[in-house]
Design a protein around this ligand. Sequence first.
Ligand code: AMP
Ligand code: ZN
Length: 488
Amino acid sequence: MGHYLGVTSLPIHLYDTRRRSVVAFEPIHPGKVGIYTCGPTVYGPQHLGNMRSQLLPDVLRRVLGASGLDVRYVTNITDVGHLVSDADDGDDKVEAAAARTGESVEQITRRWTDQWATDRRRLGCLEPDSVPKATEHIAGQIEMVQVLEAKGHTYQIGDGVYFDVSTFPRYAEFAGLTLDDHEATGRIDNIVDKRHPADFALWKLTPPGVSRLQEWDSPWGRGFPGWHIECSVMASEELGRHIDVHTGGVDHVRVHHTNEVAQSECAFELHPWVNIWMHNEFLDLGGEKMSKSRGHILTVDSLVERGIDPLAFRYFFLQTHYRQQQAFGFDLVEASGTGLRRLTQHATNARDEVGGDLLAPGSAGQRAEELRKQFWSALVDDLNTPKAMAVVSTVARDGELSHADRWSLLGDFDRILGFGFADAASVGSGELGADLGAKEPEVAKLLAARQAARLAKDFATADRIRDELAAKGWEIVDTPQGPTVRRS
Ligand code: AMP
Ligand code: ZN
């Protein structure tokens, strides 16, 4: 069965990590789909690589939504339980940040949660339907550990309650490994009493005589939840036990998602717990590791500081398939920014020519409808965004298309692209005309970045850019075609 997309009924195919193949997508409940994404650990800024793991589900939900499904999108906030070492010992990341900066846990988690939400918006991501916080789901986590305990999947040692992987024979299957693989390259931690290196903490106990900033009473004693249990609980409380799609970065396959699957399938007695697992490959910084511990982290702000419109990063993201590594470079994102400005120029010209009315899908010319089909066909083929972007470029430049056809396509495609063509300022209008980008590239970039900030309601950044332009001798003027600049 296909789903309505544009003019065509096209079946949607997605790559499922568990089955290691592209499979036909069918919602569990007809007409509805639930998507869960592992969200940020809020002890510092999310880098541009992290944001790739928000952009993938944003495209996914837009495609599923365009196919007529009622999408519920949930991504969480990890505000406790993610340990610095990613093994089962070491400090909690949030707690460690509080100790380092002298701030309260609330100050830290609020600041980085807000920053992340702003960054998502600046990258054109739609608002999630729900953003649960791990600390608001503690009772559910305790309950789930109790269920696992009652079913014989846990054991307790001095340091906490652990999941016993030997009770779940499928444990290593999810990542395409064996238990020996997990043992050989197992998480190195100092929890000597663990029965198997792959066993993982469900509840960590506060050592006697110690008091932590974030801890709760539990049947096993005072402590805090393991990181993996958080996601299983938030996903199932928000979306029901059987989940359509779960996404995250590819680094999560081996440990975090393997553990989520183990505890969820055991607690819920359900297989598969998640129908389709989607993982984005990494954004690669070459020699420069984008580690949060190194201090120089590449964020959305790093783009804005260079006058790059954050939406250029969205355009850049769309140019590579999500299952391929993507090499980062400011020059590459700047080139995407140029592509975005040209595209916006074509889209807004066509829009303004036809007065903004969008032809209904199916009523454009024959060539236009052929291009529309190519665009959607690429997307339903495991979100082939580079191929879809090639169609977008053709549409922008094709001399045979009428303005009405061009706007009909680009306006329609923007449901997925997320560039906001319908509301975008006409590019290149005003005093310097279409030459602004060519004559004053720095100024054009700043103007675009300010406009993007305004669209994202990030008025502090917008004002900062206005001041920066003023300092360079440029005044922003609002025209019916949108903002432009003149020499002050
Ligand atoms: P964290 O805040 O560390 O829990 O990470 C948030 C998300 O970013 C997770 O889904 C990670 O898998 C993902 N991630 C981390 N580094 C990268 C990267 N360089 N490229 C793409 N995704 C990443
Ligand atoms: Zn998770």
